[in-house]
Design a protein around this ligand. Structure first.
Ligand code: SF4
Length: 522
C-alpha cells in the first residue's frame, strides 16, 4: 500500500456509496471503522446533496476488535432495516473491515431479513472507486432485473440511460441534454439509473430495446450483462463535442430504427462557429495535455484536435481498466499514453511537455497552477466547483458550447496577442504598468532600465537541480524578456533557460534569447 496526499480515486466502497446514494429505496450497511463516516461529507459538502447518503456504518472502534464485531454488524443491519425500511439492502466492508474478515454478505443473508440482500465483495486493496461503482451497479441490476414476457413489454422504441450517478462530473446536466436528444428522436426513456432509479424501476430494466451508456466506467459492466441476458445492445459513442453528438444521434437512430435527419439538421452548437471565427492564434497548434478518467480524456482529445485545432501533446488516465482505449487514442493523436494514478508522475509529464493548456482533473488544476500553465477541468475527481449552480453540461450541443468557453477563455486572457505585440513599446504596456481597468492608475514607465539584480533571476518552477544549474541572465536579455507579454513570460523564461542549459551556455544573451525563440517556434 502507498501512502499518498492526493488520490484520483477513493477505495471501492466509496464507489458503492455513490451508487447507493444515487438510487432510491435502498440502504447500504457498511462494516467500517469509526472514522469512515467522513465519506458523508463528499455528498453533502462537495456535491451539496440535500440528504446524507443512505448508509449505516458499524463504526467499530479499536476496543471492539477483541469482541464480537460480527454481532456488531448484524445489529447495525437489523436496525437499518427497521429504521429506514428499504426495498433492498446492500452490505459490504470498507478497507479496514475487510481485514477482520467478518463476511457481511454471509452474515446478512443468514439473518432472514424481510428485504432482498445484495452482498458487495469489493477487494479494497486491488481495486478503486470507479470499479467499486461499476461492480455495485452491476450487482444491483443483476439482483433486481427480471425478464419480461412479450405481453408485459411496452411499445417501442425505448431505451435506458445508464451511468449518471452521485458525485459524477456534470452528470446532472449531461442527463438533461441527452434526454432531450433522445426524446427529440421519438424514443421513450424507460429508466435512468443509477441516478434516481427505484427498486421497482430496476425490475423493469428489460423493458427497453437498448441501453445508452453515458459513463462506461460506471455502467459498462451492467450494460454488458444486460446485453448478454436480455439482448439489449448498448451505445458506444459518448456525446462530448459537436462531432460526437452528431455521431451519437446517428447511433441512437440506428438502434431505435428511426429517421434522424430532422433532429440532425436542427442540432448545432455555437462552439463550432466560435472555434472557426476566434483568432487562430489562440487555438491553432496550441499544445494541450489531457488527463482524466478514460471517457472524458478520450472525448477531450477528439474535441481538442478536431474541433479546436489544438495539438494533443499528451493524453493519460488514472482508469487502469480503460488503459487500452486511452492507448488507442494516444496512438491516433501521435503521442504517448500515460497510465498512472500517481499525480507526481502526471506533474513530471506536464513539466516535461510544457503544454500551452492542460485539460485535467482538480489535481491537474493544482499542478498547472503551480507550473503557471492555463488549465480547464474536464473530469472527476470532483471538487465543489464542479457542481456549479448554473447549467453547465459537458455532453450534447450545449456541452460543446461549455467546452469552448471553459477551454479557450483561459488562453485568451481578455487580451489579443497580436495587439500586445503591436503596442508593446507603448508607455502603458511597460512591465510595471498597473492594469488599466483598475482605475487607470498606470504608473509611468521607469526612467531607466531596471538593474539586473532587481528582477527575479530564477524560473518559478525550477526544480532544485535545475535551480543550481540555472544560467545567468545578461542585463540586455533580461530587459528584452520583460517586453514579452506577462502571461507567456514565465514560459519564455523557462524555455530559454532550458535551451541554454542543454547547450552549456552560462550567460543568456540577447542572441541566446532569440535563438531559443526560433528553436521552440519550429
Ligand atoms: S477503512 Fe479505508 S477508507 Fe476508511 S479510513 Fe480506513 S483506509 Fe480510509
Amino acid at each position: 500500500m502507498q501512502l499518498t496526499l492526493w488520490t484520483y480515486e477513493g477505495p471501492p466502497h466509496v464507489g458503492a456509496m455513490r451508487v447507493a446514494t444515487a438510487l432510491r429505496d435502498v440502504h447500504y450497511v457498511l462494516h467500517a471503522p469509526q472514522g469512515d463516516t467522513y465519506a458523508d461529507l463528499l455528498f453533502t459538502m462537495i456535491e451539496r446533496r440535500e440528504q446524507r447518503p443512505p448508509v449505516t456504518y458499524t463504526t467499530f472502534q479499536a476496543r471492539d476488535l477483541g469482541g464480537d464485531t460480527a454481532a456488531l454488524f448484524q445489529t447495525a443491519a437489523r436496525e437499518a432495516v427497521r429504521r429506514f425500511a428499504p426495498k433492498a439492502l446492500l452490505v459490504g466492508a470498507s478497507c479496514t473491515a475487510e481485514l477482520i474478515q467478518d463476511d457481511p454478505g454471509g452474515l446478512a443473508q443468514a439473518m432472514g431479513l424481510p428485504v432482498p440482500v445484495i452482498p458487495l465483495e469489493l477487494p479494497s486493496y486491488q481495486r478503486k472507486e470507479n470499479w467499486g461503482a461499476a461492480e455495485t451497479f452491476y450487482r444491483v441490476v443483476r439482483a433486481l432485473a427480471r425478464p419480461l414476457t412479450p405481453a408485459e413489454r411496452s411499445p417501442g422504441p425505448r431505451c435506458n440511460i445508464l451511468g449518471p450517478c452521485a458525485l459524477g462530473f456534470r452528470h446532472r446536466d449531461d442527463l438533461v441534454e441527452v434526454r432531450r436528444l433522445i426524446e427529440a428522436l421519438g424514443i421513450t426513456v424507460n429508466l435512468v439509473a443509477p441516478e434516481r432509479a427505484g427498486v421497482d424501476d430496476l425490475a423493469r430494466i428489460a423493458d427497453a430495446d437498448f441501453n445508452v451508456v453515458l459513463y462506461p466506467e460506471i455502467a459498462g459492466t451492467a450494460a454488458a450483462w444486460l446485453q448478454r441476458s436480455f439482448g439489449q445492445p448498448a451505445t458506444r459513442t459518448v456525446p462530448i463535442g459537436h462531432g460526437a453528438t452528431l455521431d451519437f444521434i446517428d447511433e441512437l437512430a440506428t438502434l431505435a430504427g428511426v429517421d434522424a435527419s430532422a433532429v440532425r439538421a436542427e442540432t448545432t452548437s455555437r462552439a463550432r462557429w466560435y472555434a472557426r471565427s476566434v483568432d487562430a492564434n489562440y487555438l491553432h497548434r496550441k499544445r494541450v495535455f489531457i488527463f482524466g478518467d478514460a471517457t472524458h480524456a478520450v472525448a477531450a482529445a477528439r474535441v481538442a484536435a478536431h474541433e479546436m485545432g489544438f495539438e494533443v501533446a499528451g493524453i493519460g488516465t488514472y482508469s487502469r481498466e480503460f488503459a487500452r482505449e486511452v492507448r488507442a487514442a494516444a496512438e491516433a493523436h501521435g503521442c504517448e499514453a500515460l497510465i498512472t494514478d500517481d499525480y507526481l508522475e502526471v506533474e513530471a509529464r506536464i513539466a516535461a511537455l510544457q503544454p500551452d493548456l492542460v485539460l485535467g482533473t482538480q489535481m491537474e488544476r493544482h499542478i498547472a497552477k503551480r507550473l503557471r500553465v492555463p488549465c480547464a477541468v474536464i473530469s472527476a475527481p470532483v471538487h465543489v466547483q464542479d457542481f456549479p449552480a448554473r447549467y453547465a453540461p459537458q455532453m450534447g450541443m450545449e456541452g460543446a458550447n461549455v467546452l469552448f468557453d471553459t477551454w479557450v477563455h483561459p488562453l485568451m486572457m481578455g487580451l489579443e496577442e497580436h495587439l500586445i505585440g503591436m503596442f508593446r513599446e507603448d508607455h502603458e504596456f511597460h512591465p510595471d504598468a498597473a492594469p488599466s481597468h483598475l482605475g487607470g492608475g498606470a504608473s509611468p514607465a521607469p526612467a531607466a532600465p531596471a538593474a539586473p539584480e532587481a528582477v527575479s533571476p530564477v524560473a518559478p518552477v525550477a526544480t532544485a537541480a535545475e535551480a543550481a544549474n540555472t544560467p545567468h541572465w545578461g542585463a540586455e536579455a533580461e530587459r528584452e524578456l520583460r517586453k514579452v507579454p506577462f502571461f507567456v513570460r514565465p514560459k519564455a523564461r523557462r524555455n530559454t533557460e532550458l535551451y541554454a542549459r542543454e547547450r552549456g551556455i552560462a550567460t543568456i544573451t540577447l542572441e541566446t534569447l532569440y535563438d531559443a525563440k526560433a528553436h521552440f517556434a519550429r
